[in-house]
Write a protein that binds this ligand. Sequence first.
Ligand code: HEM
Length: 196
Amino acid sequence: MIDKKGNIIKPDFVELTRYAKQFSGLTTEKEAVLLSIKDEVSPLLGTVTDKFYDSMNDISEAASFLEGRVAALKQTHLNWMISIFTGPYNEAYTESMYNVGDTHVRVNLPVEFMSGGVTLVCNELYKIVFELYGNDSMKAHSIVDAINSAMGFSLFVMQKSYHASIDEALDKFLLITGMSEALFEKLSSSFNATRS
Ligand code: HEM
């Protein structure tokens, strides 16, 4: 959203945290599960990051975004992965994931890269969970459940900034042209009607 002077209005991150937690089922109990395995999992996360960027290089649509940046991106990616196990999942985390989404929007990364990227990371994390805790199915299940919620939470927030950028583009158009939203909606409905 932008205001009448064209300034970007950021969302209420306390409210967005609540909203994303409801949709992802991320609870304080699940945060505690993630924190409890941080020390065992952290040394293995570098491999997850390496595999992630290997997969990106194999996807032609993604590889071109990475040229000359892989080393730096691997570091930020690894920092993010460690933060998955440390939390805390508060408004500061939400704001940082929203800003990561924003960064991706600014470099024109397609929105499907977010869900695709999170899926690939989850695939690797689940392998680690079963390597480390496969002999205790209850524990492995609770960890997978917690990872799923934390990754869902992060994805939800990153995608929210993509939607906000679409709203911003429309707001800017209305501001520049001086057109009212009502007139835009009317024109848009008649345009749709002529095409159906
Ligand atoms: C699991 C999903 C992803 C996460 C959590 C993630 C995380 C991050 C983080 C933390 C940054 C640094 C943000 C900053 O410094 O402001 C970043 C930047 C970046 N990411 Fe991702 N990323 C994801 C998926 C992807 C994918 C699939 C690609 C495409 C190949 C990609 C390409 C980039 C690029 C090109 C930048 C640098 C943008 C710039 O020039 O500043 N990311 N990402």
